[in-house]
Write a protein that binds this ligand. Structure first.
Ligand code: UDP
Ligand code: MG
Length: 333
């Protein structure tokens, strides 16, 4: 069973018209924002001169959100779909559910709380048309609590380092993706996905454009410190084996220090002869030898666990977008 190296379904032109723009919006208890959102989003999409669709994902809202979304969909002759999740699964899972339902050649994600102005969408699409696979919004002036801004700066540095694609703002959900990136992200089917990071790891060209950012129009942020910390931890463990590999390094460090310690003990014994408290120190040296050994063993087990993790994760090792040449047509025609 090999899921690697699949040709992405970008060429399914019939099912996925090349000009279609999809907008995916995760919604969790946003009843107070949805009407304002829709009244701003719709004119923007109509001004695009392209076919569009909007996929709202109701992430288990307990307020009127779902009813309002269904109203939009009833009035939009098939251009608005509402995916109703069975309960609250979190923003990124909701986006994945929306990705799966979307059919556009370009997929834009947007928050429902009007912190991301829908008016920026045409600029994102322009940047994709210019040849980028992923375009991220960059909230140069953020309107969030200061602690969020500090946490977010650390988060962006960390994400840039472990994904290997530097970006100022991984947290901004006003983003646009080409179809093959969306398909690959969906295909990964990860349980704790952080969509922007995963998408960037499959992109050839990424761009970042400054976008404006507003305060939440109504309601409250769904993220508290604990949820943010969980997101960061998911990200670190989702993209890197460094924490587990660090165990071997700790083991090696303890071994080396212990060797130095034993050498000093030995030299001491040679120079000053046997001492009464010498046995205690020797015991320490032996003890640290074992501690070092245990850490090394843990690190080694970690290496195997890490390999198993990479295998079960089933992220594609490469993505073929097209094969040019020989099979493109009949060479004798
Ligand atoms: N959201 C969601 N499920 C959740 C949490 C959030 O679908 O469990 C949606 C939310 O309705 C909003 C977007 O994700 O459209 C961003 O959430 P929020 O504004 O609370 O995050 P913040 O802007 O504070 O980072
Ligand atoms: Mg918000």
């Amino acid at each position: 069973m090999n899921t690697q190296g699949k040709i992405s379904p970008i060429r399914e032109a019939v099912e996925r018209p090349s000009e279609l723009i999809s907008v995916v919006i995760p919604v969790y208890n946003e009843a107070g924002n949805l009407r304002a959102l829709w009244s701003r989003l719709k004119p923007v999409l109509e001004s695009l001169d392209r076919a569009w669709e909007v996929v709202f994902v109701d992430d288990g809202s307990s307020d009127q959100s779902l009813a309002i979304l269904r109203e939009f969909s009833a009035q939009a002759d098939g251009r608005v779909r509402v995916v109703e999740l069975a309960r609250n699964f979190g923003q990124h899972s909701a986006i994945l559910a929306g990705f799966r339902q979307s059919r556009g050649a370009i997929v834009v994600t947007l928050d429902a709380d009007l912190q991301n102005p829908p008016e920026e969408i045409p600029r994102l699409i322009e940047a994709i048309d210019a040849g980028n696979d992923v375009v991220g919004g960059w909230r140069e002036e953020r309107h969030d609590h200061p602690y969020r801004r500090i946490a977010s700066r650390m988060h962006n540095r960390l994400t840039s380092a472990i994904v290997g694609v530097p970006m100022h703002d991984y947290g901004c959900m006003l983003r646009a993706y080409r179809r093959h990136i969306v398909d690959t992200v969906v295909e990964c089917d990860e349980k704790a996905a952080f969509v922007p990071a995963l998408a960037n790891s499959f992109a050839k060209r990424v761009a970042e454009i400054p976008v404006s950012h507003a305060e939440r129009a109504a309601g409250e942020s769904k993220y508290n410190l604990l949820r943010l910390a969980t997101l960061s931890l998911n990200l670190i463990t989702g993209f890197s084996l460094v924490p587990i590999q660090a165990l071997s390094l700790v083991g090696l460090g303890i071994f080396l220090l212990d060797a130095l310690f034993a050498a000093i003990l030995f030299a001491h014994r040679i120079i000053y002869g046997p001492q009464q408290e010498g046995a205690v120190w020797t015991l320490f040296a032996v003890l640290f030898l074992f501690v070092g050994f245990i850490f090394l063993a843990l690190g080694l087990i970690g290496e195997y666990v890490g390999r198993i993790y990479i295998e079960v994760r089933r992220r594609p090792t490469y993505i073929v977008r097209a094969v040019h040449g020989a099979s493109d047509g009949d060479p004798h025609a």
